[in-house]
Design a protein around this ligand. Structure first.
Ligand code: ZN
Length: 176
């Protein structure tokens, strides 16, 4: 998964591990771009499965599930420290605080502190996401209100040009 694709994905897509293209009627894996067409029946281990079921099986088989695929992304993308990553790994394996403490060679109270901090990060990430989404909406409103129809066309053209000419890293800030 690339950074520039990430900006286009919703939280739901990240949790599901796939997107659904309504026009193409296609499910697409967010990790490898593999697609499955809706309306087709796929054979899987001697069973017939729907496209949606097939992509879920694909994510399990090829990517070890959504959780570990997301966790395995580069540090630059996840923003997680090695300790947080390790902790999340152990939590996914349903380890108790005591087991985690032993495995990480830290005190049980430290495990609790780490877990508390993860919850705090989650709340902060929500607020940050809401702020960024609100900012996007406000920017959009402002532009639409101030533009006459002719300018609006120019604006759309400019937007297209900037999308096509800029490095992917920058286009994520211009899109939408
Ligand atoms: Zn895939």
């Amino acid at each position: 998964m690339k950074n520039e694709n990430l900006n286009e994905l919703r939280i739901k897509n990240l949790i599901d591990g796939y997107t659904f293209d309504k026009e193409k009627k296609q499910y697409r894996c967010i990790f490898c771009e593999e697609t499955y067409d809706e309306g087709y029946i796929y054979e899987y281990n001697g069973k017939m499965v729907s496209a949606e079921k097939r992509i879920l099986l694909h994510i399990e088989d090829e990517h070890n599930g959504v959780f570990f695929s997301l966790l395995g992304l580069e540090k630059d993308i996840t923003g997680l420290t090695d300790i947080q990553k390790k902790l999340l790994n152990l939590l996914a394996d349903k380890k108790t605080n005591k087991e985690i403490a032993e495995e990480m060679d830290i005190a049980v109270s430290t495990v609790r502190t780490h877990k508390f901090y993860l919850q705090k990060m989650k709340r902060q990430a929500k607020i940050f996401l809401a702020l960024m989404e609100t900012l996007k909406i406000e920017e959009h409103k402002e532009k639409n209100v101030n533009l006459e129809s002719e300018d609006k066309e120019q604006f759309e053209t400019d937007k297209m040009l900037s999308i096509n000419s800029l490095h992917p890293f920058f286009t994520q800030y211009n899109l939408k």
